[in-house]
Design a protein around this ligand. Structure first.
Ligand code: TRP
Length: 349
């Protein structure tokens, strides 16, 4: 599990792999994903989407699952799921994901991926499932009862990674226990039956975590994140009502001035300038001048992405085609892997 020792080891391994991406891009198959519970925001963009586009463009095989079955791990409804899924496909493409290079698919349309869950569940004990700290934390945060699907979703996530023989998984620190679980399942399967699966490694993001506009964690439920799909006007409004403080002198101090500092970080990501440099420039201009600067810089940065979003929204047939083709490709890959699994297990009739 993710104690500090294993975190250090995971980080060292992650750095080694990053260094090797340019040397041996062909060695790597990346799989990562998102839960379609709402719109993607700039936290997703700067935290992972940008990095995925870079990997894709370096020639690494890239795969993205829109994890629709994960939506019902801790909620009782699939309301808006179709709209959320299509909008995520649009966000991906607007951000630079190229469906010619990256396979985009949903769990629910790839039966053979889901079928891997049965042999994998037999390889892990109830105690091991219950020990996963991330599952516990997510259950508490959701306030929902611990469903069987939430308890076992790390195993399902292993199916996501292993059906396409993914060997690198870009994730945040909180997902490390799931990569550990995936390695455990792959190792146990290979030892018990036959060597079918790679043992994947986490690639830890070196991007900073983007705070919400109020300095808290960016989250849909706090309404403190700038979505990629917002208009420039909606973005301006959200920034306008974000909390600052009474000190007119703008300084970067994340612990003491969370609101002001989150605004500075947002502008820093959009401009490539440091928070301190922006703060010094605004100086005694106060919250108003800071907000004007943040609004202009983030709206400017997102303008081309939002323009592509609009073009894609106007061509929903194309968006649907991209997903259908991604699903078809994923099905072919999943059927091949499932066939290898059946053979390894002697289930050949
Ligand atoms: N659980 C991840 C999240 O909430 C999304 C996800 C689904 C994922 N399947 C995955 C991430 C496989 C990495 C690998 O963000």
């Amino acid at each position: 599990m993710a104690n500090e020792g294993s975190f250090a080891a995971a980080l060292a391994r992650s750095n080694e792999i990053r260094a090797d991406f340019d040397v041996n891009p062909g060695k790597y198959t990346m799989l990562t994903g998102d839960r379609p519970t709402g719109r993607l925001h700039i936290g997703h963009y700067f935290g992972t989407l940008k990095g995925r586009v870079e990997l894709q463009n370096r020639g690494i095989k890239t795969n993205i699952v829109i994890a629709d079955y994960q939506v019902i791990t801790d909620r009782d409804t699939t309301a808006n799921i179709q709209d959320n899924v299509y909008n995520i496909v649009i966000d991906y493409m607007a951000a630079g994901i190229d469906p010619e290079k990256t396979m985009i698919f949903t769990h629910s349309q790839v039966p053979a991926l889901n079928q891997l869950m049965l042999p994998f569940l037999s390889l892990i004990s109830e105690a091991e499932l219950e020990r996963n700290p991330t599952v516990k934390a997510e259950q508490e945060a959701s306030g929902h009862q611990l469903t069987g699907l939430l308890l076992t979703y790390p195993v399902h996530q292993a199916c996501d990674i292993l059906f396409c023989k993914g060997n690198v998984v870009p994730v945040g620190k909180d997902q490390l226990p799931h990569i550990e679980a995936t390695r455990l399942l792959a190792r146990r399967f290979n030892e018990r039956y036959a060597p079918v699966f790679p043992l994947p490694d986490a690639v830890l993001s070196d991007a900073i975590e983007v705070p919400g506009l109020d300095g808290r964690k960016m989250s849909k439920s706090y309404g403190n994140g700038i979505s990629l799909s917002m208009t420039a006007e909606e973005t301006a409004k959200l920034i306008k009502k974000s909390p600052t403080d009474s000190d007119r002198n703008i300084t970067y101090a994340p612990d003491n001035r969370p609101g002001v500092s989150a605004l500075l970080t947002t502008a820093s990501l959009a401009t490539g300038r440091s928070q301190e440099e922006i703060a010094a420039e605004i100086g005694m201009g106060g919250g108003g001048a800071l907000k004007a600067y943040v609004t202009e810089s983030i709206n400017g940065y997102l303008a081309p992405l939002r323009e592509r979003r609009q073009e894609l929204l106007a061509d929903m047939d194309y968006v649907k085609d991209v997903l259908h083709e991604g699903n078809a490709k994923a099905n072919a890959v999943a059927c091949e892997t499932l066939e290898q699994v059946r053979e390894a297990m002697g289930m050949v009739y």
